[in-house]
Design a protein. Sequence first.
Length: 343
Amino acid sequence: MKIKIGIVGAGNAGINIHGSALTAGKIPTSKSRFPHRSQSYDVEGLYEITGFYDISLERAKEAAKLFGTKAYDDYLKFLSSDVELVVIATRPHSTHVSLSIQALEKGKDVVVEKPIAMTSSEAQGMIDAAKKYKRTLTVHQSSRWHLDFLCVKEILKKNLLGRVQMIKMIKPCGEKSGGVLHEFGSHRIDQMLVLAGEFPYEVSAIMENPLAKDYSFGWFDISMRFKNAPPMEVGILPSEGYVFPCWYIKGEKGWWVQDWCDRTEDLFQKIQKKSRLGYDYLPEFLQVKPKTPSFYRNLYEVIREGKELMVRPEESRNGIRVMELAVESAKKKKTIKAGGINV
């Protein structure tokens, strides 16, 4: 039985990311430079988009026409419809909390675009609401199925570098970097926490504007230490057109350097390898274009069949908590111990 789904936010994320994924890319959308990335769709016959909600009725109507569905500019009417699953794809990110909790209170399952919230306490409030109303809450952490990240996971899984001594990831940004901590950091920190499999005991960071009151912290570099995982560093730094190596992994047997590629769907064609594994080495799963995980198929199986979530909201909350510790570190100019935090 198809899940009836409603999308909140008729912008790029609502149309090109979620709308495209839910219709298996069959709807011609073109607003985004990277619609639907490399995600495997695999959703044929699983979902029916029954409505778009936006504070602009005009935008909602445009999206609804594109997908052949209904338009709403009244959120309560939208939630009173036959929608079962609500996708929160709105800006500013601070709107995620109230929109999600209202939907959960109305008995709807919820997908929220990253970042889950602006603070870890807000994220915990959303998690508590999902438990209270016995609904599913998950976060669209799409970087988990980008090919560069899957490549890194494969190298670590097969122990190709021996005991890993450090992992570093850098993404370039412009001089006007504004809110990149929540916009892009929510991707990269999540990737690091997935690789670590645990929460760091120590966080240190430098930032452009750690005292910002509006979350516009600017560029950043964050270091994390773990009990059972190697030290990790993630940075989003201005580069004036210079492209950093995206991933650097140092192990006892050698190293892996993978150049940054802004469009993940180009990675299969443009990946560059430099390591002691051999200059022409390519992990087996990348020798043919891999089938990447399907976020929405997994969610269907969770709702209809009781399977486990691909992305648990607690994991996304933990990423926000790392950001908070990083901001504290940058403000105080010292390393912050994370002991005693309930994660």
